[in-house]
Design a protein around this ligand. Structure first.
Ligand SMILES: [Zn+2]
Length: 247
């Protein structure tokens, strides 16, 4: 364990109200790439190329649902992904009574799979899907098994993932809960995000606790505000910090 990880372990030791805020980098060790890094999609039918951001926008979903689901199923849903050491460490910290909430920009449900209880999913979850007409619930397997656009067997409405698309607003209750958790935290750990995607950057401003920790492979615009910056793989850092805390 290097010096900085030892510092992180010391901070975890001193804290009893830790909040973790994570981005796409938290799930890369589980084999889930950031969808923004994909090449997008060339639509034969429409004769043009779309960027990943365009493909997961509300207007694209409404206009070209078949192309939306084509991209969505290939690039956003990973049914075989398992929680990695970062997810597991955070669930253990919550079980120990040190961590109060996880706030995530990811939509993979892996924090809950690892055992985390209080999770604010800012961008929703691929594990929940609802009929746009009758609001019946469907799981991710139903969406993946559907040919083309997934339709509700009860009413034939289009089924929409409970994922916040570009151009859509965040859920009020989720954002309120996240802000509340951050404003009460004594330690805020931000990991696996470059902090340029809305609303990550703005949420930091609600933190008034003692320790701001940033763990990311590359530097972020908030580095100068942090007490501790660790540029390394977050699964490795969290695993090592937690094991030193438990020993
Ligand atoms: Zn329906």
């Amino acid at each position: 364990m290097d010096d900085k990880t030892a510092q992180l372990a010391k901070i975890l030791q001193e804290s009893d109200n830790i909040v973790f805020f994570g981005g796409a980098g938290v799930s890369t060790a589980s084999g889930i790439p950031d969808f923004r890094s994909s090449d997008g999609l060339y639509s034969q039918k429409l004769g043009r190329n779309f960027t990943p951001e365009q493909l997961v926008s509300h207007s694209f979903f409404m206009r070209y649902p078949d192309d939306f689901f084509d991209f969505y199923k290939k690039n956003l849903v990973y049914p075989d992904a398992e929680p990695n050491d970062c997810h597991i460490a955070l669930a253990k910290l919550e079980e120990m009574g040190r961590l109060k909430a996880v706030i995530t920009q990811n939509i993979d449900g892996l924090h809950q799979a690892a055992g985390s209880k209080t999770v604010y999913e800012l961008h929703g979850s691929v594990l929940r899907n609802y009929c746009t007409k009758c609001h019946s619930f469907y799981d991710a397997d139903f969406i993946l098994a559907a040919k083309g656009i997934p339709l509700c067997p009860k009413c034939h409405g289009v089924i929409k993932p409970d994922v916040v698309l570009y151009e859509e607003g965040l859920d009020e209750d989720v954002i309120t809960g996240a802000i509340q958790a951050i404003s009460e935290a004594d330690t805020l750990i931000i990991g696996g995000t470059s902090l340029v995607v809305y609303p990550a950057a703005g949420l930091i401003d609600y933190f008034h606790g003692r320790h701001l920790v940033l763990i990311n492979k590359s530097s972020t615009p908030a580095d100068s505000k942090a007490d501790l910056v660790i540029n390394d793989s977050i699964d490795k850092v969290m695993r090592e910090a937690l094991s030193s805390l438990q020993s």
